[in-house]
Design a protein around this ligand. Sequence first.
Ligand SMILES: [Zn+2]
Length: 164
Amino acid sequence: MIHHAVHTSRPDIDCVAHSHSIHGRAFCTLGRTLDTITQDSCAFYNDHALYSSFRGIVLAEDEGIAIAEALGNKKAALLQNHGLLTCGKTIESTVFWFMSLEKCCHVQLMADAAAGGRGGETIKIDEKDAEYTYKTVGTEMAGWFSAKPTFDIMENESGVDYKW
Ligand SMILES: [Zn+2]
């Protein structure tokens, strides 16, 4: 229901990833989007959404459509009380965005906990620098390229040639 709705509303993408990874799932209980606190999180600067509704396991068509509407034209969505979703023009970029988003959630959970424990807050990247960095690390090509080493390893270890 989720994948079908996103593919229907986003003819510009060819892949959607969704899973209940542990750090994404933990971060998605907070009901907020990521702060831009690392170079890696700049890939999601103004390019991820929060879907703040949770109405049980997604078995109904209207819930998938609501998730697709929340995602809009962005590359990722945080599904509150649920997990992460990413999309892209290629399998490589989509998988990289997913792995990176999961790590960004992990980093922010640790950084917020450490800062909070010292009575402070994390230092945010300013908007101008976040936007500039986004244009380098947040593009479809950057996602594809960043995934390539992982896909090369998988191909090598599996002994199967996936190139086409
Ligand atoms: Zn799910």
